[in-house]
Design a binder for this molecule. Structure first.
Ligand code: HEM
Length: 351
């Protein structure tokens, strides 16, 4: 994946001058560019660029506002009063983000209509515009703009937060970092190449690291709200029709009746047990399950393994100021996604 190579080039540059890196930010910039290349055939982020930081901040603001406790959720009569100003702030950022996507769609429409030699880039935007051109199509330009918004919002923060947590956990547990790196080196052998997509199926420990990260730090802590479509009894509890269902993945991941030593980061627990987030293992559903399961799972799965594998294969990492990695802050902060309370700032050391 070309974007991961660009990430490695940037990290390599920083390693030459001992420059500290905000791991969540570089993960977000890479994720944003992977998505924006599939969707818009362009880069939306540059490393170290305030403009891409601004985009990420807007995404985080929407996530944080949507995840904040709201009195109006408990007393719907208050909804129009917007007691915490959450609706107003959410609308502000949503409008700004939608305007960005509208501009991209309009530019594409302009290019398609003015250039006779326009060659379709066959990205998602072109695909959707082709569908919407069909007379019988019910897909409008407004739908396209909204879909792009949904994809970027759902895909960026979730993936970059998971990567940041995985790196933080490996640095915090140096023996696990060594184990994961040794596995990658064994697979790649003496070749002077980078970690590739085709290697992912051959690194079970790295796969277990990602799973353990998603168990301890599920980015979408409560799934998205679901609704019971009929009265249903589950294990003696009656869930009435129309009840809003919040599924607490964080609590499920901490349940001692399911996981031994649930607070410990132990990727080993996933080795040889066959539990996966793609199947029907309902004790572990960081991407949800059933019809509304995350459609970005296959892409997130590849991005997470490629980014993490590449970052630990070629580099060791230390904390600025000589702090021991065992003493790092590992607390979290709750928004719509669960992120690190203090960002992980680390210095890469070329191996
Ligand atoms: C670590 C990365 C990710 C995690 C943990 C994650 C997790 C989730 C979860 C839990 C849901 C709700 C499922 C439910 O309520 O049953 C969801 C929905 C969604 N995700 Fe992801 N996601 C990730 C990455 C992505 C990416 C990269 C994309 C886009 C390319 C994406 C696009 C979406 C969309 C569009 C929805 C809404 C689907 C719907 O409402 O039907 N996600 N995701």
């Amino acid at each position: 994946m070309q974007k991961v190579m660009e990430l490695l080039d940037f990290v390599h540059g920083c390693s030459l001058s001992d420059k500290p890196i905000n791991v969540g930010e570089i993960a977000a910039a890479t994720t944003l560019n992977v998505l924006s290349n599939y969707i818009l055939s362009t880069d939306l982020a540059q490393y170290d660029s305030p403009s891409s930081q601004e985009f990420k901040n807007m995404v985080w603001a929407v996530m944080e506002i949507n995840g904040a406790p709201n009195l109006a959720d408990y007393f719907p009569v208050l909804r129009h009063l917007d007691p915490h100003g959450l609706l107003r702030r959410s609308e502000f950022y949503t409008k700004k983000l939608l305007a960005i996507f509208e501009q991209h769609v309009n530019e594409r429409l302009h290019a398609r209509s003015t250039s006779s030699s326009y060659a379709s880039s066959e990205d998602l935007t072109d695909l959707l515009l082709n569908i919407s051109k069909d007379q019988n199509s019910s897909v409008s330009l407004k739908d396209i703009r909204q879909l792009l918004y949904d994809l970027f919002l759902a895909g960026t923060d979730t993936t970059s937060n998971t990567l940041e947590w995985a790196m933080a956990e490996l640095m915090h547990n140096p023996e696990k970092m060594l184990k994961a790196r040794a596995e990658i080196k064994k697979v790649i052998g003496n070749d002077d190449r980078t970690f590739e997509e085709s290697d992912i199926s051959r690194v079970p420990y790295l796969r277990a690291v990602i799973k353990e990260t998603l168990r301890l730090h599920p980015p979408v802590t409560f799934l998205v709200p679901h609704k019971a479509i009929t009265d249903v009894e589950i294990k003696g509890y009656m869930v009435p029709k129309d009840a809003q269902i919040m599924c607490n993945l964080w609590a499920m991941g901490q349940d001692p009746s399911v996981w031994s030593n649930p607070q410990r980061f132990e990727p080993e627990r996933f080795l040889d047990v066959g539990i996966d987030f793609k199947d029907r293992d309902f004790e572990f559903i960081p991407f949800g399950a059933g019809r509304r399961m995350c459609p970005g799972l296959p892409l997130a799965d590849i991005m997470l393994h490629l980014m993490l594998g590449s970052l630990i294969h070629k580099f060791d990492w230390k904390i600025e100021g000589g702090m021991r990695t065992q003493d790092m802050d590992m607390t979290d902060k709750f928004g719509f996604t669960l992120k690190k309370n203090l960002p992980l700032i680390a210095i890469p050391i070329k191996l």
